[in-house]
Design a protein around this ligand. Structure first.
Ligand code: GDP
Ligand code: IMO
Ligand code: MG
Length: 440
């Protein structure tokens, strides 16, 4: 039995979808643990693309149990659409999906407020650049103990009372933010739509915590799938430019109700460079033509919103912070192929702030903004061989680049991804076999 957490080591979009799909070969149960439909995880199987927003990225392996943890915030309409899309592809046909009854529900007013705040932030120059999926407002309601949970969708009266009570509090905020206050008929239509969605989702909801606990007790392989990345964590990320959930590995325990002693391995995912969507400090960001080139080479446009991602060099201080926050024992490196055609590749090994050298980002976001990255440069390595299955297949400079990241992050790679497809992968060790780690 092994319980493995996969977590984004940067600002999201590291390639978690691809890696979780690969690791699911060995897993019995896959549990998405954080956030909601702000995530967009891409899987490419035999050239066919699937983007998951709520459903775990293990979905393409028939018969594996796919769980949405109680710590998630779930938009029922989005989940129904995703479920229909999966079923049209012949996936989740055996009732594999289980949504935690304790998960919170995203309702239209959460998205309304998210959007109004972003619009207002845009005029004042302090927008976070959220995905406008209602994530922040839904987690606010949860922390304020007035949220609507999946279990509330089945009790019409309770659902109506909860939504109306929330709206009573939110109307002044909507007015303050310059929004149009929804009328009673519109609010009633939200309640009805949520109730109907709840009826459709009922066969897929249950006690996710006990389900996962049972899988672990029965000795099954359980894989936890993180969303976003460590630097977007509510407590430890580049606050306030973060999401509203716990994105680090500890979030898996919190969301699924699993004790930390049950976890056998934590695998972080990092790109060979860095990207960020939305606002916030990004010391290694490349502006102008250099950033545009990397964006095009890496296809760096949001899987959820289509927004162009900000692109820059790999940031080892930020990566070290992710490694520390999540206790990563190994890393998966993705998108090494994207750097292949560049004449020169750089890696930030430390920051300089006020004459001091730092190996992790400073705590104050203003200091991160001022941080000057110190770079090590590598000559470009040119195209990778068409078939790259072993580390020895890599050109020598690419190999040196990989080894430098391992040495300077203090963590070895368990996998190197050289293209979006399942086949385009160098597998180094299996995270479900912890004893075989770090043998290279
Ligand atoms: P996630 O949110 O972490 O699952 O990542 P996204 O799906 O948002 O973004 C990662 C993108 O990179 C997707 O389009 C993947 O298909 C793609 N991808 C993943 N690994 C590789 C790789 O090694 N090389 C290339 N070129 N693309 C990759
Ligand atoms: P995956 O799982 C990249 C970012 C948003 C914004 C901030 C807050 O695909 O890696 P939110 O809508 O969560 O309130 O937005 O967090 N963000 C992501 N960036 N990948 C994601 O998910 C993200 N989910 C949220 O761009 O900066
Ligand atoms: Mg993504």
């Amino acid at each position: 039995m092994s319980v493995v957490i996969v977590v984004g080591a940067q600002w999201g979009d590291e390639g978690k979808g691809k890696v979780v799909d690969l690791f699911t070969e060995r897993a019995d149960t896959v549990v998405r643990y954080g956030g909601g439909a702000n995530a967009g995880h891409t899987l490419v199987i035999d050239g066919k693309k699937l983007v998951t927003h709520l459903v775990p990225s293990g979905v393409c392996h028939p018969g594996k149990s796919c769980v949405l943890g109680d710590g998630m915030v779930i938009d029922p309409q989005t989940l129904l659409e995703e479920l229909a899309d999966c079923q049209a592809r012949g996936l989740l046909a055996r009732g594999e999906l289980l949504v935690g009854l304790g998960a919170h529900v995203i309702l239209p007013y959460h998205k309304l407020i998210d959007g109004l705040r972003e619009d207002r932030g845009a005029t004042k120059g302090n927008a976070i650049g959220t995905t406008r999926r209602g994530i922040g407002p839904a987690y606010e309601a949860k922390a304020g103990r007035r949220g609507v949970r999946m279990r509330d969708l089945y009790k019409r009266d309770r659902l109506r009372d909860l939504v109306r009570a929330n709206m009573d509090e939110l109307v002044p905020l909507i007015v303050h933010l310059g929004g149009t206050v929804p009328g009673t008929a519109e609010i009633d239509s939200w309640i009805e739509a949520a109730y109907v969605a709840g009826q459709k989702l009922a066969p897929h909801t249950g006690d996710a915590g006990r389900h996962v606990a049972r899988a672990i007790a029965e000795g099954r392989h359980v894989l936890f799938e993180g969303a976003q990345g460590c630097l977007l964590d509510l407590d430890h990320g580049t606050y306030p430019y973060v999401t509203s959930s716990s994105t680090i590995a500890a979030g898996a325990c919190q969301s699924a109700g699993v004790g930390p002693t049950q976890i056998d391995a934590v695998v972080g995912i990092t790109k060979a460079y860095a990207t960020r969507v939305g606002a916030g400090p990004f010391p290694t960001e490349l502006h102008g033509e250099a950033g545009d080139k990397l964006r095009v080479a890496g296809g760096e446009f949001g899987s959820t919103t289509g927004r162009p991602r900000r692109c820059g060099w790999l940031d080892l201080p930020a990566l070290r912070m992710g490694v520390r926050l999540s206790g990563m024992q190994s890393l998966a490196l993705t998108k090494l192929d994207v750097l292949a055609d560049l004449p020169e590749v750089a890696v930030c090994t430390a920051y300089e702030v006020d004459g001091r050298e730092l190996d992790e980002p400073p705590i104050d976001p203003d200091d991160i903004e001022r941080a000057k990255p110190i770079f090590t440069k590598f000559p470009g390595w040119g195209p990778l061989p068409t078939v790259t299955r072993e580390i020895s297949d890599l050109p020598p400079t690419a190999k040196a680049f990989v080894e430098t990241i391992e040495r300077m992050s203090g963590v070895q790679f368990c996998l190197i991804s050289v293209g979006p497809d399942r086949m385009q992968t160098i597998r180094l060790h299996d995270p479900f076999e912890p004893s075989r780690q770090a043998t290279r």
